[in-house]
Structure formats: C-alpha cells, structure tokens
Write a protein that binds this ligand. Structure first.
Ligand code: PNS
Length: 163
C-alpha cells in the first residue's frame, strides 16, 4: 500500500483531524488513519468506537482507510507497506513531543519517515481534550467536531451522568 499513515488516539476525532486527513488524502493520494493506543492516555471511547467514529466522519473523503492497531506504530506501518507517517502540528509546543516520537520511530526502524503538516489556522486551538472538557461542562461542540462525534459525545456523557 502506498500513501501515508496518519496515527493518533482520536478520542474523539475533531474537525482539526478531519482537515489533516482531507489534506493528506489530497496531497498523497491515500491515507491510512491508524487509530492507536497511547499507554499514557485513558480513553472515553473504546478502540472500536474510535475507529467507527473516524470512519463515519471521513466517509465522504476519497482515498481514506481507517484501522485500529495495537503495539508499535512502526511495525503496523511497515506491515501495511507504508513508510511515511504524517502528523499534524498546531503549536510549537506540539513539536517537542512529536519530534521525540519521530526520532524514536526512526530509531526503531529507519525505513519510516515522519513529516509534519501544519494545521489550518481555523483549527489550531482544537484538541480532543478541549472537546471533552467543553462537553462535560455543558458547552456546544457542534462547530468543532463532525456531527456523528457530537452525537456520540452527548450520548456518552449523558449516559455517564445517569449511571
Ligand atoms: O493522539 P496522539 O497522542 O498523537 O497519538 C499517539 C499515538 C497513538 C500515535 C502513539 O502513542 C503511538 O504511536 N502509539 C503506539 C505505540 C508506539 O509506537 N509508540 C512509539 C514508541 S514509544
């Protein structure tokens, strides 16, 4: 498989992620969105839910596949015959962590290259954590996430409140 791999936790996918997916598909022809686990992060949505949310949110974009993965990204990418990782950069502060990750991935397997795509200014302030904070505090996220994600969030946090 050619094209790029776009890995992330996507808990949940935001309009900022969708923007990077659209632009990657346009720039590289094909993007495999790899929904992974960050051992340091507890997620609101399960892996299966996150994969489905990304699939539904990007169903109108040509050249996109979505898969969940466990284990190291480098092994998953190479198994899929992809050697280019794309990551979105919002602020300089993102760079430090992403740079470290890119170096580690290259150390693990030097065939894997990482490139950074600068986020559109409309979405610079967006993150999955901010979205979760807004929704738990009763705010409106309708302009920040795809519609299916908004519905899933409302559902998840309402059910949580009732439990
Ligand atoms: O949403 P994030 O935090 O940008 O996503 C991070 C993710 C899932 C891409 C990253 O944690 C990852 O690649 N996890 C798989 C394990 C791995 O390969 N880690 C890098 C070497 S420590």
């Amino acid at each position: 498989m050619n094209g790029v791999i776009y890995p992330g936790t996507f808990d949940p996918i935001t309009n900022g992620h969708v923007d990077i997916i659209r632009r990657s598909a346009q720039a590289f022809g094909h993007v495999l969105v790899a929904v992974g686990r960050n051992p340091d992060k507890e997620t609101v949505f399960t892996m299966e839910e996150r994969v489905q949310l990304v699939r539904d949110a990007t169903s109108d974009v040509q050249g996109v596949d979505v898969e969940g993965f466990d284990g190291l990204l480098v092994y998953f990418a190479l198994k899929k015959r992809i050697r280019l990782v794309v990551k979105g950069l919002r602020f300089v502060s993102d760079f430090e962590q992403e740079f470290q990750m890119a170096m580690i991935n290259r150390k693990l397997d030097s065939r894997l290259e990482t490139i950074f795509m600068v986020s559109s200014e409309t979405y610079t302030y967006l993150s999955s954590s901010v979205i979760k904070q807004i929704i738990t505090l009763g705010g409106d996220v309708s302009t920040l996430v795809p519609r299916n994600v908004e519905l899933a969030l409302v559902d998840r946090f309402r059910l949580g409140a009732r439990a």
